[in-house]
Design a protein around this ligand. Structure first.
Ligand SMILES: *Cc1c(COP(=O)(O)O)cnc(C)c1O
Length: 426
């Protein structure tokens, strides 16, 4: 029996364009049957010709053909030396933290994903003696950032944009500061919010990219999964993480890998549409009389708009050029938009009741549009004072813009805002 062929003849950083790689890398037809879609490989164990002689697969926790296809695809999309898939984004976070050993220090952006903050402070600290310093990496001076790096700082943990206030951090700037410090911490970027279509942190100098695949990469809200992608030249880090993937066993099922491979094939199409609709909605909201403010880094008026543009991957510019894009209206920059409705928490609640197309739910990155109030939902665990300091007020609404018809979404938002404000003031 020959194993499912994964086309490793195709280099992970190849001259092929992003959307071509999304369809072909890791997806060659089965050498055995010619099936254009490689079969889903469910077997837990693999026959050996003689003791220790096998085709690269022994036991499915350690290596699985369908998972290998997916990991090959992910490494290609982010331009890494290798990728490792985990049972969730949180399991990928756990592996990245575990790999630091005992008594390490992490420098983290202050409004990091809540689950990451929880792991760093409540698990990493108790089990590994991990210390984390949370600082505002957007506005701190280079000197303050440098001085926050300690002798035992092993990792700088970045999200850009942050959630839900969409603040941006310059990855090249952080990479430069990290390299100039004697501790030489690695730089990890959680790229979940942008997806590999919009931005590739490794090309900007990052060492490790983390994804919650549960969001844009799978894109259909039916898989929980995570991944770590490691840059070329950091093979020791990659192998250490691979050891932990097998030893701790938090691996995704082959079926979820199969679904994700299917999702990835339309990532470029989906992501661009998410971004174009999000930009249209952000522009619409910015002139709406019942909206206090809107945050979308692709808007020309966003304070970090130039930084947003510098973070966009070549495939985005290439696609925009194809459609003759006029940058005067802004650029697509992911599918997340935050805005403050005029009024308070009551207006925000009513908006969520009144919308027909934005489903009231947590999470993001699926083809269907979602809306939530961070103050009472995703960010309710943060103390009120800290929430307000981050700009998370009760009237802040976070949208995950899906790929429905753009003008249907705009019309729905408009009617929901009008209805919310009139019901709340009645
Ligand atoms: C959802 C999310 C995670 C955690 O991923 P799970 O797949 O839910 O475990 C980590 N980081 C960010 C930015 C996320 O949005």
């Amino acid at each position: 029996m020959s194993p499912i062929k994964v086309d490793d003849s195709m280099p992970t950083i190849s001259p092929l364009q992003f959307s071509t790689r999304a369809i072909h890398v890791g997806n060659s037809p089965s050498a055995e049957t010619g099936a254009v879609i490689p079969p889903l490989s469910l077997s837990t164990t693999f026959e050996q010709e003689s003791v220790g002689v096998h085709k690269g697969f022994e036991y499915s926790r350690s290596q699985n053909p369908t998972r290998l296809q997916l990991e090959t695809s992910l490494a290609s999309l982010e331009g890494g030396a290798g990728a490792l898939a985990f049972a969730s984004g949180s399991a990928a976070t756990a592996a990245a933290v575990m790999s630091l050993g005992v008594n390490a220090h992490i420098l983290s952006v202050n409004d990091v994903y809540g689950g990451t903050a929880r792991y760093l402070t409540r698990v990493g600290q108790a089990t590994q003696g991990l210390k984390t310093t949370f600082i505002d990496l957007e506005t701190s001076s280079d000197e303050d950032i440098y001085n926050s790096i300690q002798e035992n700082t092993k990792l700088i943990w970045i999200e850009s944009p942050t959630n839900p206030t969409l603040r941006l951090i310059s990855v090249p700037k952080l990479v430069k500061i990290a390299a100039s410090h004697p501790s030489k911490p690695l730089v990890l970027v959680d790229n979940t919010f942008l997806s590999p279509y919009f931005s590739n942190p490794i090309a900007q100098g990052a060492d490790i990219v983390l994804h919650s695949i549960s969001k844009y990469i799978n894109g259909h809200s039916d898989v929980i999964m995570g991944a770590l992608i490691v840059r070329k030249g950091r093979e020791e880090t990659l192998e250490g993480l691979r050891f932990l993937q097998n030893a701790s066993g938090a691996i995704p099922s082959p079926f979820d890998c199969y679904l994700t491979l299917r999702g990835i094939k339309t990532l470029a199409l989906r992501a661009l549409q998410h971004g174009l609709s999000a930009l249209r909605i952000a522009n619409f909201l910015s002139t709406h009389p019942l909206v206090e403010s809107v945050t979308y880094p692709g808007l020309v008026s966003h304070p970090s708009h130039d930084l947003a543009k510098s973070a966009l991957a070549p495939q985005v510019w290439r696609d925009l050029k194809k459609i003759g894009w006029n940058e005067a209206v802004g650029v697509p920059f992911g599918g997340m938009v935050s805005f403050k409705i005029r009024g308070g928490g009551e207006e925000a609640d009513q908006f969520l009741q009144a919308s027909h197309l934005f489903c009231l739910a947590e999470s993001l990155g699926g083809v269907e549009s979602l809306a939530e109030v961070p103050d009472k939902m995703t960010h309710a665990g943060i103390p009120e004072e800290a929430r307000l300091a981050l700009g998370i007020t009760p009237n802040l609404i976070r949208l995950s813009v899906g790929v429905e018809d753009t003008e249907d979404l705009v019309a729905d938002i408009d009617q929901a805002i009008r209805r919310a404000v009139s019901v709340a003031s009645a």
